[in-house]
Design a protein around this ligand. Structure first.
Ligand code: HPA
Length: 271
């Protein structure tokens, strides 16, 4: 009998968990600090989990943290997988399917991105209202498991409206400035050329980044409501472009992190 790798991973994790997580949180580049707010934690490295690949990016520590955040049972993914690391789209999105099988009912995703919208500034937050997938692949390519989701999932509203409403209400209540806009996903790992930044702006993107969209496609496929927040780590003005390094991206993400953490901590209890 062939055992589905997801079921093996679920079985492995459930043996160590006393409670089921209800909200999953994926923490993006430089945004792992939310993990410190989680109480009564069980931390499991990716290496330990059957079927899970390990994260190659140094700034991503690579572990699942189970515990309570503001009274809510959560699982946080500290360190995600990117397509540019050489993983397949199925490997990148394996954790999303895994978390759904563990009983998670909502998914919150964070990421670092570069701003194309000229009114956005470094350190700002943007709630994803929609996205443009420019990645050279799609995690749903291949035979479809009809019991998991439809062959042709609707993407008219990839980001859950109720979750976005709660996030904007919580942000307003705590005087947290947050834009709403469109995220374009590219493969990277190189940053974009000036011509590419112009193109991305023309096609309607407010920010550009190298993650999130595969996970969101799978969340939509399996009927897992999700929301995503971007931290603007650099400004991509093609007429005044400054070179950016990963170190700078991480530095800016770290300065915005306390605000993002506050927003997520306050939001989980209201979802
Ligand atoms: N481009 C793509 N991905 C990014 C950027 C960017 O400018 N900044 C952070 N992630």
């Amino acid at each position: 009998m062939v055992i589905d790798p997801i079921h093996e991973a679920v079985h492995f994790l459930e043996r160590q968990l006393k409670v089921k997580p209800v909200v999953a949180i994926i923490l993006g580049t430089g945004l792992g600090g939310l993990a410190k707010e989680i109480d009564e934690t069980i931390s499991i490295t990716y290496e330990q989990i059957p079927g899970m690949v390990t994260s190659t990016v140094e700034s991503h520590k690579g572990r699942l943290i189970f515990g309570k955040l503001n009274g809510v049972e959560v699982v946080a993914m500290v360190g995600r997988f990117h397509f540019y690391e050489g993983y397949s789209m199925k490997e990148v999105t394996f954790p999303v399917r895994l978390m759904k099988h563990l009983g998670v009912q909502k998914l919150m995703v964070s990421n670092a991105s570069g701003a194309l919208n000229p009114i956005y500034q470094k350190g700002d937050l943007m709630l994803l209202d929609d996205h443009i997938n420019l990645l050279p692949g799609n995690p749903l390519i291949g035979s479809n498991k009809d019991e998991e989701g439809p062959r042709f999932p609707d993407m008219g509203r990839p980001y859950d409206q109720q979750m976005n409403r709660v996030l904007t209400d919580v942000a307003a209540k705590h005087q947290i400035k947050i834009h709403q806009g469109i995220y374009a996903a590219v493969s990277g790992p190189n940053l974009e050329t000036r011509a590419e930044y112009r193109y991305l702006r023309i096609i309607g993107a407010d920010v550009v980044g190298m993650s999130t969209v595969p996970e969101v496609i799978v969340a939509n496929h399996i009927g897992l409501p999700c929301a995503a927040i971007s931290v603007i780590t650099d400004v991509c003005d093609p007429d005044n472009l400054h070179p950016v390094s990963l170190a700078e991206i991480i530095e800016v993400a770290a300065t915005a992190e306390p605000v993002l953490t506050k927003l997520i901590v306050q939001t989980v209890a209201e979802l």
